[in-house]
Design a binder for this molecule. Sequence first.
Ligand SMILES: *Cc1c(COP(=O)(O)O)cnc(C)c1O
Length: 379
Amino acid sequence: MTHPKGPTIAAKAGHFLDVHSGAITPEIQTSTTFARDDRYDLINPANVYVRDQNPTFVHAERTLADLENGEECLLFSSGMAAIAAVFYTLRPGSHVVVPDSMYWGVSSFLRDHCERADIFLSTYETGNAQSIEAALKTQNHTSIVWVETPSNPFLHVTDIALAAEIAHQYGAMVCVDSTVATPVFTRPLDHGADLVIHSATKYLNGHSDVLCGAVVTRDEHELWLSIKKERAQAGAQPGSFDAWLLMRGMRTLYVRVKQASENAAKIAGFLEQHAAVESVAYPGLASHPGHQIAKKQMLGGFGSLLSFCVRGELDRTLQVAGRLQLITSATSLGGVESLIEHRHSIEPEENAIPVNQLRLSIGIEDVDDLIEDLDAALQ
Ligand SMILES: *Cc1c(COP(=O)(O)O)cnc(C)c1O
């Protein structure tokens, strides 16, 4: 088959035929080192030492590269390790442009790292790709423009094609944290991005039992080669078991993510008309400021992350979360089970998360059960 579609690529993740056993799923390779023959040649030249490469990683890496329409992929021990590896390649005096609102782990890492490493950090208005140009103009040369779409936890949607067009005019590379969109709905490389980043801990694995990250590249550009070297040198790889579980999780990526997105769209509609709810942020709602961009770059659904503001203050908001029976209060997102989170309680004051905001990661439970749970908690 010349161009299998996403669901086919995902369903066949890691599938092969072991001619010795007849097994159709690959084994977990735990060996840290690989033998040489009597002429000191490697038995398999691809395998030397596990910090360079591990045959178990390749199944998940190839699957994700194909899902993103990229050339290559590298797994990391977490989403943050993948993101850090990108920025660790930059020299002092480099300039990076990032959104003013994004996943808090990334913004706090960047504040510390850029200060230590003498990297200039400028911000643009999340969701407004046009505002990238002003940030680029603050320095002579920019290495990286960072995009996170939809953003966590406000669900701002940024036009990737426009961001790439502007960034490329200034010679900058565009990296898109596509954790929330997943390759099911958006393939940033098709819109002009140079790198795609995932916290594979979330939707890609999908079962809240693996910490993993990934970077996918459009081609073998210089930044990619530096990231590859960085991983081999610094060694932020996942373990074999985790890489194998990720491969296994990806086989059901499409059915999980599509079902969760359908559920989330119904829940967003339900919450939007609920008297106890002040506002809902979900890219699939016509009321969302980024809805038109989302319609253009998210194909087939708008994801299953949403946030909403309860009518009331802190006590009332925590009471709503606390009353839920089916939906668990916990951080993280992208699992088959629905989770709710009060980001204001865990992010610092300066991030200005509204006290009455709750973030929902919708899973694949029966949507009527989820709505009943939310309705009872909001009464
Ligand atoms: C969770 C998350 C990360 C960090 O990933 P970890 O696997 O937890 O290190 C990065 N970006 C986004 C958008 C996330 O949701």
